[in-house]
Design a binder for this molecule. Sequence first.
Ligand SMILES: [Zn+2]
Length: 227
Amino acid sequence: MFKSVVFLCTLVTIKNVQSASMQTLAVRNALYQVPGLGNRPLIIKMYPGVENYQSDLYEVYAEPYTFDLRAASAVALIQGEGESAAKGEIVFFQRHPPNGPILVRGNLTDLPPGKHGLHIHQSGDLRQGCDKLGPHFNPYLLQHGGPSDPVRHVGDLGNIEVEEDGSVEFNIADPLLSLMGGPRGIVGRSIVISGNPDDLGRGGTAESLVNGDSGKPIACGVIAYIK
Ligand SMILES: [Zn+2]
């Protein structure tokens, strides 16, 4: 189901934590019972390093968190860029922030049929339209990839497939995006539909490792909290 798996370790020492941190092949959630924390589980989220480029990264949380843990939701109203009449909305829902997966549900119309890249971009500043929203949201400074890849931008959501009539509905579960603040927070940023398909970093070109060769934006919207 979801790519990120939560597993429970019953026996935990500092040594256990260190050896667990050696697992660098995929992004993982790990839950530890740590002496001294009582019954408060420690969650360590692991991100893989990239040789000669980026070290392994770890986020550590002790529950309960000191901020609001209720489910959070946000919405992006999508509008076409330039002449495009594209419109619709994309809703984000996170039942267990800040670590739980996000459900992304979209319903769009008036798009060109076929595959189009879908990405969260760094900025939510629409003053110069969809084309000036910065690169794919990439807080861990990794290379572009597909949504199931261990090395990817946090903003990499892959492709959507638009029907012949220009409409598309989609449901995506993503393990990295968060609706809370912190390094993976996406509220206040933007979501962009690109003109071409995303090759998921497999195109063999320099551009492929930056944005999947997915071309210019054709529609976008700012991600904002739903009250
Ligand atoms: Zn990307």
